[in-house]
Write a protein that binds this ligand. Sequence first.
Ligand code: SF4
Length: 320
Amino acid sequence: DNVLIQVKDLKKYFKVGRKAVLKAVDGVTFDIKKGETIGLVGESGCGKTTCGRTVMGLYKATGGEVIFDGVNVHHLKADEKKAFTRKSQIIFQDPYASLNPRMTVGDIVASGIDIHKIYTGKKRMDRIYELLNLVGLNKEHASRFPHEFSGGQRQRIGIARALAMEPQFIVCDEPISALDVSIQAQIVNLLIKLQREYGLTYLFIAHDLSMVRHISDRVGVMYLGNMVELTSSNELYKNPLHPYTSALMTAIPIADPKTARSINRVKLEGEVASPINPKPGCKFSSRCNYVKPECLTSTPKLLEVEKNHFVACHLFNEVQ
Ligand code: SF4
């Protein structure tokens, strides 16, 4: 079938001090189809970035598995690992921090090409120029340094570096969060254009729902290490089921007043539970307006409550 990546019950825990465990990703399951964009949203600390990095093998999973094109990403032999690192790339939130200030833009873009010894000499330079062109920069930029560029241009350099490997899959780790709103749309449009041209598959991580809607086919909402809702982008905006998703919706300005009325607008209040040694039950219960007794004792599972609409909340258990 056309599934590229299967994420099964993925866990990534970090030890804090001697005894405590931070459950950054605590049993997340979803798949990503070829050419699809999955948006991953949630507040900082929800585990979305850790999830993205574990999916692409930058972090070793504590539990569960990631199957990329039939291969388990966390059990690769050395030669498989090399091939995999080319197939799967990442674009970072802060392009400046991820670009070496002492390297020219050309050398940055070619860093993967050099590590994997793909091209040398004139072929290498031609490829650099081609990549700069693809992201809306040009030949002249190759000999310049990162500090000479604006935030949006630096993000374009980061994208060119990722594309150099001819990847199938790119984790976009909050690539627009640090940019002005006017520039955000340009970068999103560039990513969409590149996806169409090269059949790329994206995991697009963001902390709010506003831009994600324009690039994602499906959106997953994370809360303290769990996926609490997963459905198509349209369905999520029209019919958010999880109380946390509804609350996140209130953070986005809605242009259409009809939509604004139909959405159950809730304000986020209450303390965020700690991801360190979490208590049993629903982790959102400390902030939820609908909390019932069973929410405090049993953890809701992610269930398909409507076709292709998954939600983890006891309010929807009876639907099953
Ligand atoms: Fe609220 Fe309970 Fe649903 Fe958690 S399971 S979101 S506490 S209603």
